[in-house]
Design a protein around this ligand. Structure first.
Ligand code: PLP
Length: 394
């Protein structure tokens, strides 16, 4: 009998029953320290009491309406998001890829309604990841994700991540926008220089282009600011995709835009049956309120500095296996030397009850819940220490 699910994933033989805070538990009570949180999603940890209360209360009242009717909690969350960011307008989605689709459409539409329909091309970057829809795999440009899905979609020009001159040279009369992750996740947890984002902003201003940020992974407090680009002055986008952490584990995403950028997104231009539904909006408001509560971001900064310091110690102890500790805030990468496999390191950590992920560029990825303590960080590092001690070349 073939397995009933498509073979698109290869999970280990390990089944979790429930979670609490930064821990996951199997049915027989074994506990695991979760340092990946569903790949940067469960920012408040598992079963956060306020999120559970908001979801269960809403579940007893109203699940779904579609956007034929107003969802007051959606308007409330959109107001919070616009008050806290560069944006004036929000479109809610169910996922990061959908938020990206809306962002790409919004950029092209901006050019269209401003008399430049010929401007449709979007500059993207090596190592990018924007999701798995047809538009998003083409924006990401990773050949591994494009193979076998027909001709590549027209309209994306990929240049080297971090290379402003390459961007400048790629701009033509047909360019509509530049799209970038302020910290690349999937591509190897790579944070560019601040000057790179500022340079992109400047190029967009000089050439009438939209600047799109994909903050699906780097946003929602992950780096110690609500959105990662907020660390950099003078580098605000026109359009931004968010998802993952903003729902704290309930599926939701959002495309944020300035008034000018959203000008073309009028009735009938875009839609989603479920996006912005009552359940997601109930949870989204709680997550936002927690992320922006007094001291929350200070905690993220403090604990991430502590973790980074510990990881540098780990790198000193395993200089034969670790090349670099990288990332920003609690989006952390450990780049391994050639021949050492981050997936194998993840498996060794899992055998020792620690969950971490892997990313491109031979990087072991950590994106723990933002509520982890320094004790959690020390525990994770000591497990990694042990795992690295036995890690062999593959
Ligand atoms: N953009 C970035 C930067 C991501 O990291 C991801 C997912 O990992 C996506 C987009 C796609 O999000 P989703 O899987 O929710 O569609």
């Amino acid at each position: 009998m073939p397995a009933p699910m498509m073979d698109t994933y290869s999970p280990p033989d390990l089944v979790f029953d429930h979670g609490k805070g930064a821990r996951l538990y199997t049915e027989d009570g074994a506990s695991y320290l979760d340092f990946i949180s569903g790949i940067a999603v469960n920012c408040l940890g598992h079963a956060h009491p306020k999120a559970v209360a908001a979801l269960t209360e809403q579940a007893g009242k109203l699940w779904h309406l579609s956007n034929m009717f107003k969802v007051p909690k959606g308007v409330e969350l959109a107001k919070k998001l616009t008050d806290a960011t560069f944006a004036d307008r929000v479109f809610f989605t169910n996922s990061g890829a959908e938020a990206m689709e809306c962002a790409l459409k919004t950029a092209r539409r901006y050019q269209f309604v401003n008399g430049n329909p010929q401007r449709y091309r979007i500059i993207t970057f090596t190592g990018a990841f924007h999701g798995r829809t047809y538009g998003a795999i083409n924006a990401g440009g990773n050949p591994k994700y494009l193979e076998g899905f027909g001709p590549a979609m027209e309209g994306f020009d990929q240049v080297e991540f971090g290379d402003l001159d390459a961007v400048k040279n790629a701009i033509t009369e047909e360019t509509a926008a530049i799209c970038v992750e302020p910290v690349q996740g999937e591509g190897g947890v790579r944070a560019p220089e601040d000057s790179f984002l500022r340079g992109l902003r400047q190029l967009c201003d000089e050439n009438g282009l939209m600047l799109i940020y994909d903050e699906v992974q780097s946003g929602a407090g992950r780096t110690g600011k609500l959105f990662a680009h907020q660390w950099v002055d003078g580098a605000e986008p026109d359009i931004m995709a968010a998802a993952k952490g903003i729902g704290g584990g309930f599926p939701m995403g959002a495309c944020l835009a300035t008034e000018a950028a959203a000008e073309g997104m009028v009735v009938g231009t875009h839609g989603s049956t479920y996006g912005g539904g009552p359940l997601a909006m109930a949870v989204g408001n709680v997550v936002f309120d927690e992320l922006t509560s007094d001291g929350f971001m200070d905690h993220v900064v403090e604990v991430s500095n502590f973790l980074r310091q510990q990881l540098h110690g780990l790198m000193d102890r395993h200089a034969d296996k670790i090349v670099e500790v990288r990332g920003k805030g609690l989006l952390v990468g450990i780049k391994l030397k050639e021949g050492y496999d981050p997936k194998m390191l993840g498996a060794l950590a899992r055998e020792r009850n620690l969950l971490v992920g892997a990313a491109g560029d031979n990087v072991s990825r950590m994106a723990p819940p933002l509520i982890i303590t320094k004790e959690d960080a020390s525990e994770a590092v000591s497990i990694l220490d042990e795992a690295l001690g036995v890690l062999q070349k593959s």
